[in-house]
Design a protein around this ligand. Structure first.
Ligand code: GLN
Length: 205
């Protein structure tokens, strides 16, 4: 399996490492040519505004939006979740806006308010999952087709799935627990995405 990891900013090296430990081929993505023939894409944590700007400057935003729209499975963590969220007011379409969720950035406060918490995530089994939260966003609202995978004990939503799109507020790539990444790899890829490359489709157009 070939999984691309957006490698412009933030925690991409950790995602590449944990995906490799899960047995997947993990490749850094910096240019549009790097998103050919992928079976999935990971948007890492980092700083979402910088990530948006860099993805636009490197020409990744439009091709990725199109590929995800055509069914390329995607997994966004922390800032990656912010990029996947739909922004009601996003006149310059600076985000991927691929999931029916609205998020609050930095919902727990500043860097010093980062924390760890044992999470109950039923799709990953009974054993608690180590949640590492670093200036994390939360999901404020969900809409059609979104399944909540995890809530904190106060009910706040921190992980969601919409078909083959996954997002979480925390950082599974900073733990030794492979279950979240394995779950992403196990998601039904069906025939929604026929491995057609962006470049090939551009040439054919
Ligand atoms: N607070 C960051 C943002 O909104 C996300 C932090 C992270 O990815 N660890 O961009």
């Amino acid at each position: 399996m070939r999984i691309g990891v957006i490698a412009l900013q933030g925690g991409f090296a950790e995602h590449i490492s944990i995906l490799s430990r899960c047995g997947a081929g993990a490749y850094p993505v910096r240019l549009p040519s790097h998103i050919d023939d992928l079976d999935g894409i990971v948007i890492p944590g980092g700083e979402s505004t910088s990530l948006k700007i860099l993805m636009r400057e490197y020409g990744l935003l439009e091709p990725l939006r199109e590929l995800i729209g055509r069914g390329l499975p995607v997994f966004g963590t922390c800032a990656g979740m912010v990029l996947l969220a739909r922004e009601p007011t996003d006149p310059d379409r600076s985000s991927l806006g691929a999931m029916n969720i609205e998020v609050d950035r930095n919902a727990f406060g500043r860097q010093a308010d980062s924390f760890q918490s044992e999470l109950s995530i039923p799709v990953l089994g009974d054993r608690p999952f180590p949640g590492v939260f670093v200036r994390a966003p939360v999901v404020r609202a969900t809409d059609d087709g979104v399944q909540v995978l995890c809530r904190l004990s106060d009910g706040v939503i921190v992980a969601v799935q919409q078909e083959n799109r996954l997002a979480c507020s925390f950082h599974p790539e900073l733990t030794n627990d492979l279950r979240f990444h394995k779950y992403f790899l196990s998601i039904d890829r069906g025939d929604v995405f026929a491995k057609s490359s962006y470049r090939r489709s551009q040439r054919a157009a």
